[in-house]
Design a protein around this ligand. Structure first.
Ligand SMILES: [Zn+2]
Length: 563
């Protein structure tokens, strides 16, 4: 029987500061911290990196969390020695054995008599479409992986249990739903290290234990469900188990076939091994996690009365997600607990911290792609935060309105049918694919934009708009921070931002309509849609948001088509 303990073995691929690549045991993460620290995970797939960082944060949070904020601050730059971490991790050694006769990491306690499945089915598949080029080559297509080494297999298993998508009848999703999004705080690039990433996302023990769950439920199986019998056929609420189960949720009943092993190359990392795993068994109806799990590494939003973990949406992660990922949007969108802790307690003005957001874009059971994005986190003096955040929200709302104006104008130019309404003396647009256009302008806008939701042309316009204005957005935030802290006038910042957005809007219109013109597009319609777009982008709602001078009704005359 193969034994492979995830505390003892060197199974985590990492990269050191000098560029060298190696494999470490989890407790070695602080080895050579002063001279040549480990700076990043180095897994062969980006989703594995996303899972491994959650594994390490989960492990540290479970057995080596700081007792208070002073300890947290001290250990950010002076981490515990590897031996100290090892001693802490050894307290849960028994739960991290991948093979053997006892509990098996992330596997059902029962042997599961069912047919063998090829090991590649553990992978949450994805096409090679990704926003950051550097990892694109590493995607592995289904049916190309016939066996895995222990390191890749343990990671694939953890990745699946942590992200579990809908899998058909009886195959349950992760405790955050299928394919959740994760946001982590990263340190300044100049002093980034794997330890600091772990520690920046580890909460003070008492704070973590108060999030949800019950600290009275303190057996191994309350924390690590594979140590006990799977709660099949019943729901599991947070209050019925220990808070740590948030990091160790096991919705799928899986048992790796470790009784036989193959010799050859791992289908994922390519390493040669005498102990490759080629199959597993699975049964339906695993642990069925129901509502109220406030996983500290994910943003949440209100859905009805319940908080639901955010999932990545088509179009990827960009500053459009700032509200909800970095700062609250009313009471509806709530950043991850670790981001909130950073903003309210941990930020330091001398370092440029960053936010790392990643997750699958799931189309029900299938992963469409993997998103992976890093944004700057700007430290602001405590007494300026409210003002700065209100201003930031307005910058984003403005971008959202202008992006919407642009998409509507393009749709009108390409396939709209303008009709003069003698009653209101306004142009009313009709479209082939939308019935019953509401008479109210705001309702019309909502309906037209909603109709574009799943259309690839408009999704591409969306992505282009947000990407092309992203750099300017962060520059604007830096200027905003300085101005707000110094109590300076913000007019120039607002004007520049407005110009940036209008420029991106016009460029998109040109690319999609004027430049790529097809025979169906009537020039008159294009001219009309373009002149409306210019007028809408200069509209009162936008100017009010940005505190720019607003035209009065008298000055506008009869032209009241402001969206
Ligand atoms: Zn491998």
């Amino acid at each position: 029987m193969i034994q492979f303990n995830l505390i003892d073995e060197k199974w985590i691929p990492v990269r050191r500061h000098d560029g060298s690549e190696t494999m470490i045991a989890p407790w070695e993460v602080t080895k050579e911290f002063t001279d040549n620290p480990i700076v990043a995970l180095n897994a062969p797939r980006p989703d594995f990196n996303g899972a491994l960082i959650q594994f390490l944060i989960g492990l540290v949070q479970t057995v080596a969390a700081p007792a208070n904020r002073v300890e947290w601050k001290q250990k950010l730059d002076k981490p515990p020695e590897p031996e100290e971490l090892k001693a802490a991790f050894m307290t849960v050694h028994n739960a991290f054995e991948l093979g053997g006769d006892g509990p098996r990491f992330m596997q059902d306690k029962e042997k599961l008599e069912s047919k063998d499945l090829c090991i590649d089915r553990l992978l949450i598949d994805m096409p090679g479409n990704k926003t950051r080029d550097e990892n694109t080559d590493h995607f592995v297509k289904r049916n190309t992986v016939t066996c895995m080494c222990h390191s890749c297999c343990a990671t694939a298993l953890f990745t699946l249990q942590t992200n579990a998508p809908k899998g058909g009848r009886g195959k349950l999703t992760s405790l955050r739903g299928g394919g959740p999004l994760t946001t982590l705080v990263l340190n300044d690039k100049r002093c980034s290290s794997l330890w600091r990433t772990i520690w920046l996302n580890t909460l003070v023990s008492g704070d973590f234990l108060r999030i949800c769950g019950s600290i009275d439920k303190n057996t191994d199986s309350d924390k690590f469900p594979w140590c006990g019998k799977t709660r099949t056929g019943i729901k599991t609420a947070a209050i019925e188990v220990h808070p740590a189960q948030m990091y160790w949720g096991m919705p799928r009943r899986i048992r790796l076939n470790l009784e036989r092993s193959k010799q050859g190359k791992c289908g994922i990392c390519g390493i040669y091994s005498y102990n490759l795993i080629d199959s597993y068994r699975e049964k339906t109806k695993g642990n069925d996690y129901k509502g109220g799990w406030l996983y500290p590494l994910s943003p949440f939003f209100h859905k009805g009365n319940a908080l639901t973990a955010v999932h990545a949406q088509p179009g990827g992660v960009s500053y459009r997600n700032w509200l909800g990922f970095v700062q609250e949007e009313g009471k509806d969108k709530i950043p991850a607990k670790v981001v909130h802790e950073f903003k309210t307690i941990r930020q330091q003005s001398d370092r440029q911290f960053r936010l790392w957001a990643f997750g699958y874009d799931m189309d029900s059971m299938k992963a469409r792609c993997w998103y992976d994005s890093v944004m700057p986190l700007i430290s602001v003096k405590p007494d300026s935060i409210k003002n700065y955040e209100d201003e930031t929200a307005n910058l984003i709302s403005t971008a959202d309105i202008i992006c919407g104006n642009t998409k509507i104008a393009i749709k009108r130019a390409i396939q709209g049918r303008p009709q003069f309404d003698p009653l209101t003396k306004k142009i009313k647009w009709k479209y082939q694919d939308i019935n019953k256009i509401p008479s109210d302008e705001q309702d019309e806008r909502k309906k037209v934009l909603f109709a574009m939701n799943d259309q690839s042309t408009y999704m591409a316009i969306d992505v282009f708009f947000w990407q092309s204005t992203e750099k300017a957005f962060y520059e604007t935030l830096h200027s905003l921070k300085k101005a707000v802290e110094a109590n300076d006038d913000l007019v120039e910042i607002h004007k520049t931002w407005h110009q940036t957005l209008c420029y991106a809007s016009m460029k998109l219109f040109d690319i999609n309509v004027s430049e790529g013109i097809n025979e169906d597009v009537a020039p008159k319609r294009v001219v009309l849609a373009l002149s409306e777009l210019k007028m809408f982008n200069q509209g009162n709602k936008i100017k009010e948001l940005l505190d720019l001078p607003v035209k009065t009704a008298a000055a506008k005359g009869k032209k009241n088509a402001v969206l």
